[in-house]
Design a protein around this ligand. Structure first.
Ligand code: FPP
Length: 250
């Protein structure tokens, strides 16, 4: 099948302001090619570069990608070590490209448990890119949705204990304000490649009203065509947020 000509100016498409992506399928991609899993993660990194370019061109403002979950530590030490190396290498190698694309880089997750080199790289990438404003790329690393909620609950509980607030003052808004990056809008759309029908502890609080789109394509093969297909599906969705469709009264 001929590749579609890229067109980022489609007036018929509704573009999500905030997008979440579960970058799944790197291992399967590598296995199909008799390559080590790490080769799949490297190829996944290339897909992430393309995702940034495509999201910037489409006008997405925030993209949060799931790079390493709080559960991923249970993988073989060699795979975890290679992934950590890849994170460090990536932000050093591609900073000039991210700058050209106007990408501000941020991290979400429990950074305290990561190797020092990764923490330093993350801090530097955030610092260097803080004034870029075309697209925010949020890397969820050592991220777990449940842990994020527990963390928020602890902060709020501390305020209750100190007498700053009363339990009845706690609202959904306050919970949202205590998530890792409260200024990042909840994802309008979450994309999960490689066919699994699970949320896998990703943005549990923030995904309450996110649209979900699943594709069979493995993450390293995910490009413009799949992203466009996701936006086409998103455009056709009727987002009611628990209410009725626009104009519907009964
Ligand atoms: C899940 O696929 C993917 C990961 C645990 C790692 C994601 C990391 C990257 C895409 C590398 C680039 C990222 C950055 C931030 C530089 P899997 O290994 O579980 O795939 P499988 O389900 O097919 O085994």
């Amino acid at each position: 099948m001929a590749k579609k000509e890229k067109n980022f100016d489609r007036k018929d498409l509704k573009i999500p302001v905030s997008l979440g992506v579960i970058m799944d399928g790197n291992g399967r991609w590598a296995k199909k090619r008799h390559l080590p899993r790490t080769a799949g993660h490297r190829a996944g990194g290339e897909s992430l570069r393309e995702l940034c370019r495509n999201c910037g061109n489409y006008g997405v403002k925030y993209v949060t990608v799931y790079a390493f979950s709080t559960e991923n530590w249970s993988r073989p030490a060699d795979e975890v070590g290679q992934l950590m190396k890849l994170f460090v290498e990536y932000f050093n190698k591609y900073d000039a490209e991210l700058e050209k694309e106007g990408v501000r880089v941020r991290f979400s997750g429990d950074m305290s448990e990561l190797p020092e080199e990764v923490r330093n790289t993350a801090r530097e990438a955030e610092e260097k890119s803080k004034d870029r404003d075309r697209l925010q790329l949020i890397i969820a690393i050592n991220y777990g949705g449940r842990r994020e909620i527990v963390n928020a609950a602890r902060h709020i509980a501390e305020k209750c204990v100190s007498g700053e607030i009363k339990p009845e003052d706690i609202t959904e808004h306050m919970m949202s304000d205590n998530m890792y990056l409260p200024d990042v809008p909840d994802p309008d759309l979450i994309i999960r490649p490689s066919g699994e029908l699970r949320i896998s502890n990703f943005l549990l609080w923030e995904c309450a009203y996110s649209e979900l789109w699943v594709s069979e394509c493995l993450w390293p093969d995910f490009g413009y065509e799949e992203l466009t297909a996701a936006f086409e599906a998103y455009t056709a969705r009727d987002r009611r947020f628990g209410g009725l469709s626009a104009g519907e009264t009964e």
